[in-house]
Design a protein around this ligand. Structure first.
Ligand SMILES: Nc1ncnc2c1ncn2[C@@H]1O[C@H](COP(=O)(O)OP(=O)(O)OP(=O)(O)O)[C@@H](O)[C@H]1O
Ligand SMILES: [Mg+2]
Length: 329
């Protein structure tokens, strides 16, 4: 079976070792990260073809990054933003956006200057959750956009570029280009922590985004079911493959709390994400119950951390925000 050494050997045929920052193989995808070198489409293509011929390599990503030389710096420039974290999940529909929006608002309540960027090209939902759906962002100079300033945080969504009913069938490079442009063209102001609501899954777009914005960490959201957990592990492995630190796992829809008697019912099984986190040696950040208020407040554009700030649901998000702040220090 092909391993990292084999991939590196091939990569070194095309690029000098000092330009190869890392190589990895992740679920059939070889990822070669090059540093400090201008993009060379021809060499990348030849490298791709040769890697694809290796046993067990089904896909190849060649990613260019830059650290030292500002001229060759291909990282996306996001002005004024100190730290960037992603809220991600392997599987769709596990409550990633709900978690991202409440964590962002909880971080703000803990005294941080916060931005929330919605990168979910498949189903942007932050505009609804923060109540700016259908509003066109303002530009004063015709070149840059003002972020939405809602409930004390700055926000922008890829959804402002496309209407909700248009199915977005952009392919990788086009979607990445749109995300890059939007991230760099927004006047974020001074931001301590930017939270990115990632598109679900572990494909090219997620990998490119993770590398190009130089993520400081990733929060993985999962429900307790096995099927979601398998995908959560995929998500963790993807970030590890591109050297993004995993801040931890959040278990969403952990249990249902009966409003009448206070009984906790573990609808999807007990402590699934917690156990999985332990098994794969990542931290567990907390559990969020399944509750109708969490859904309705988000749908109404006033997430629970704001709508019901003293509830135990809001407290759960605040605890997670505390842990994130500590980990980012
Ligand atoms: N803890 C919760 N309790 C009740 N409902 C929840 C909870 N978390 C999320 N939901 C609801 O579940 C649905 C899916 O959540 P959400 O949109 O946050 O998931 P997602 O992972 O971002 O989905 P997608 O992959 O489509 O982006 C929404 O209707 C949301 O209101
Ligand atoms: Mg979402």
């Amino acid at each position: 079976m092909t391993d990292n050494t084999a991939i590196r050997m091939v990569a070194e045929k095309y690029f000098a070792p000092e330009y190869i920052e890392s190589v990895s193989l992740f679920r059939g995808r070889a990822i070669v990260t090059l540093v400090n070198i201008p993009e060379d489409a021809q060499k990348s293509e030849s490298l791709k073809q040769e890697l694809l011929a290796l046993d067990g390599v089904e896909k190849v990503s060649v990613v260019y990054t830059a650290i030292k030389d500002s001229e060759a710096d291909k990282h996306w420039k996001i002005r004024g933003v100190k730290k960037i974290i992603a809220v991600a999940s392997g599987k769709g529909g596990v409550g990633k956006s709900t978690t991202a929006v409440n964590i962002a608002l909880a971080l703000k309540r803990q005294g941080q200057k916060v931005a929330l960027f919605d990168a979910d090209i498949y189903g942007p939902s932050i505009p609804t959750m923060l109540g700016y759906e259908g509003i066109v962002p303002v530009s004063y100079d015709g070149q840059t956009f003002e972020p939405f300033d809602v409930m004390g945080i700055k926000s922008m969504s890829i959804g402002t570029l496309v209407s909700r009913d248009t199915p977005l069938i952009w392919r990788g490079p086009k979607a990445c280009g749109a995300l890059q442009q939007l991230l760099s063209d927004v006047n974020w102001g001074e931001i301590d922590i930017m939270v990115i609501d990632m598109p679900p899954g572990t494909g090219d777009i997620q990998i490119t985004l993770s590398q190009q914005v130089r993520l400081n960490g990733a929060v993985i959201v999962s429900t307790p079911q096995d099927i979601a957990l398998i995908d959560a592990v995929k998500g963790v492995n993807m970030f590890k493959a591109v050297n993004v630190p995993i801040l931890g796992v959040v278990e969403n829809m952990s249990y249902h709390l009966c409003e009448k008697c206070g009984h906790k019912e573990y609808v999807f099984g007990e402590h699934g994400a917690q156990d999985t986190a332990k098994k794969i040696e990542v931290d567990f950040l907390g559990e969020i119950p399944l509750n109708i208020k969490i859904r309705t407040h988000a749908d109404e554009g006033k997430p629970i951390v704001i709508a019901d700030p003293d509830s135990e649901f809001a407290k759960a998000y605040l605890d997670i925000a505390d842990k994130i702040i500590t980990k980012l220090k």
